[in-house]
Design a protein around this ligand. Structure first.
Ligand code: SF4
Length: 99
């Protein structure tokens, strides 16, 4: 029997907390659990690969696409932008965005 997992590296950890899929202060295991709860097991591998590509093209660590143009990211209409502040140009770790 195969066990499917959604690997959570630093990019996956950042992106799904920014999006609001996982809580802002979730650790890697909590993000993995949130994803595996919502993504069909057979899609986890593709989901991981697609997320890495998305992180390279749009939701980069220091300069996410939405920072200068709110319409530049295809996920803009569903994203909480946790830790991303286009008004000031500031980008912080989502965990640091908690009041
Ligand atoms: S809207 Fe911004 S923070 Fe949200 S996924 Fe897109 S680039 Fe990342």
């Amino acid at each position: 029997m195969f066990v499917f997992v959604f690997p959570v590296d630093t990019h996956v950890h950042r992106i799904y907390r920014r999006l609001g899929v996982a809580s802002a202060d979730a650790d890697h295991e909590e993000v993995r659990a949130a994803l595996e709860n919502q993504v069909p097991a057979e899609k986890c591998g593709f989901g991981h690969t697609a997320t890495i590509q998305f992180g390279r093209e749009y939701c980069t660590a220091r300069k996410p696409a939405c920072l200068e143009d709110p319409d530049a990211c295809p996920m803009g209409d569903v994203c909480d932008q946790v830790g991303v502040y286009p008004e000031t140009g500031e980008v912080i770790d989502p965990a640091d965005a908690i009041d």
